[in-house]
Ligand binder design. Structure first.
Ligand SMILES: NC(=O)c1ccc[n+]([C@@H]2O[C@H](COP(=O)([O-])OP(=O)(O)OC[C@H]3O[C@@H](n4cnc5c(N)ncnc54)[C@H](O)[C@@H]3O)[C@@H](O)[C@H]2O)c1
Length: 375
């Protein structure tokens, strides 16, 4: 806070603050920082963001919403805040079932002006920034990952600051590296990832925190483990095997895994992940002692997962054909996350452990297979 007070002091004394490079700041700063009364400059950094109440629900935009997690998040938020208050967006063509469930618009996070227009026209107050190129996909196309994960983030940070949005951006276990503590990784520890995805997520965590302290942006971030979902496909991450295994187990009774049998990684059921996301966005500002929290649920290896699957499908077989690139990434990630701060500050707790996860996933895929067979 000392640094902020000094910065504010300098800004007030000069009648202006240092202008960042973007032209949009010309319109941002007079509103936000140029007042000469100290009462216009809030002590509480969350002052700028829109709060929500039952009577005045947030107006929400989700970017990159047609990936593994966005549609589920939209469903959860719509149940809570009303269908029309949650706008799903992506650059992909939405399937019919998405269009039937609520508003969808095209939004490319690399198109700064258009994104700004959407926020204004739809009176957005909360933004969930989900567009990203994940770990394995990012290594396959570094320039695209750099543009999407870094330039796209800069656009979102600037717009969220300008329009006083509450901003959620997910981070990941990929934000750690081989020099981080691995069992468990702490909220605050060495972070030297060697993937463009990981580097861009560390950049995001630091930029969000910086904007919080510098401009009062209400930035909130969770480091998700590998997320396991039944009804949506993963988008090119290193933990994707733990989603595909259920599909293959119910269809073919066997699965070829691209990680070694003993590769231990933290994982979470999608319902826990999305609930955590809503909970941290709803948490009172004063309960948050940091901007980026680890959240954790379970941790297992491919072999342990296969054993659990065999409790339901005794004939199930797993074989291993290791992808060296994915294996190197997985070996640099933590096996467990320490999420004690999330549990202490805003009451996080997970509901689903490995046995429930496997039961749930197999039940979903079995009924899905039966439907496919009868059609
Ligand atoms: N799925 C996981 O296991 C996991 C784990 C940790 C963190 N996360 C984070 O959660 C977020 C969502 O993950 P996901 O698994 O749904 O990702 P995903 O890869 O499945 O989906 C990303 C979406 O971004 C969209 N996109 C691509 N370029 C875009 C652009 N220029 N403008 C707008 N959208 C664009 C894609 O079309 C895609 O639908 C990401 O930020 C990811 O880093 C996911």
């Amino acid at each position: 806070m000392q640094i902020i007070r000094m910065l504010r002091h300098v800004a007030v004394a000069r009648g202006a603050v240092q202008r960042p490079l973007r032209s949009c700041w010309m319109s941002v700063l007079p509103v936000r920082c140029l007042g000469n009364s100290s009462s216009q400059i809030p002590e509480n950094a969350s002052f700028h963001s829109a709060a929500s109440s039952e009577a005045d629900p947030p107006r929400i935009l989700i970017t990159g919403g047609l990936g593994q997690l966005g549609v589920g998040l939209a469903n959860l938020l719509r149940k809570r805040f009303g269908e029309e208050n949650v706008i799903l967006s992506d650059i992909k063509k939405p399937p019919n079932y998405v269009l039937h469930r609520g508003p969808f618009i095209y939004a490319d996070v690399l198109d700064y002006k258009r994104l700004r227009e959407i926020v204004v026209n739809h009176r957005i107050t909360w933004l969930f920034h989900y567009s990203a190129l994940l770990s394995a996909a990012g290594e396959a196309n570094v320039p695209l990952a750099r543009a999407l994960n870094i330039t796209g983030l800069h656009h979102v940070l600037d717009i969220a600051t300008e329009y006083h949005l509450r901003l959620f951006v997910p981070s990941t276990i990929a934000a750690f590296g081989s020099t981080s503590p691995r069992n468990p990784a702490l909220d605050l520890c060495t972070q030297r990832p060697r993937t463009i995805y990981g580097v861009s997520k560390v950049h995001m965590e630091l930029m969000g925190e910086y904007y919080y302290y510098r401009y009062g942006l209400d930035f909130r971030c969770l480091r998700y483990p590998g997320i396991i979902s039944a009804d949506s496909e993963p988008g090119g991450g290193t933990t994707d095997y733990a989603v595909h295994i259920f599909h293959e187990a119910t269809r073919r009774g066997k699965f070829e895994c691209n990680l070694k049998a003993n590769t231990r990684l933290p994982m979470m059921d999608v319902s826990d992940c999305l609930r955590a996301t809503l909970e941290v966005m709803n948490a009172p500002a004063e309960s948050l002692s940091m901007r980026t929290y680890n959240i954790s649920a379970m941790s297992f290896t491919p072999e342990e997962l296969a054993q659990e699957v065999r409790r339901h499908l005794p004939e199930f077989q797993i074989t291993y054909h290791v992808d060296p690139m994915r294996q190197a990434i997985a070996d640099s990630w933590p096996m467990n996350l320490d999420d004690s701060n999330a549990r202490k500050d805003w009451g996080w707790r997970h509901d689903i452990d490995l046995p429930e996860l496997v039961t749930k996933m197999l039940n979903f895929h079995r009924s899905d297979t039966r439907v496919a067979q009868t059609n």
